[in-house]
Design a protein around this ligand. Sequence first.
Ligand code: FES
Length: 138
Amino acid sequence: MNSSPCKAPEVEGAPETGAPDAPGARWSRICAVSDIPVLGARTLNYRGTVIALFRTADDRVFALRDRCPHKGGPLSQGIVHGEHVTCPLHGWVIGLRDGAAVAPDSGCAARHAVCVKEGAVWLAAAALPAAPFTPGSC
Ligand code: FES
């Protein structure tokens, strides 16, 4: 339900340790975790791709392309619950951890390497459109 654009990347650098595995990634600081509503999302237009940053009740952050695998609905406008978001258009449930639709639906929203470090959200620039990683806090 809650969605508004994040600020443009402010700094490029590399979170030091504990960052998700995103080989060759450069990390861009996107916003503070507190800029994302709890159980909500904000969007970021990043190199022409709209990415939704979701915040869980326990302050973990996940990043998915803001496009439902069903018919392209804006996942950032959905309802976040646990590690899932329910698409606002037709109610598909998408896993925030892997971007996968929950059965019996099938399909996948591209996921993006994201990292929380000292209260800031970092996105792996080289990870677009998707990379193997374990999203969540560093
Ligand atoms: S577009 Fe998301 S459920 Fe249909």
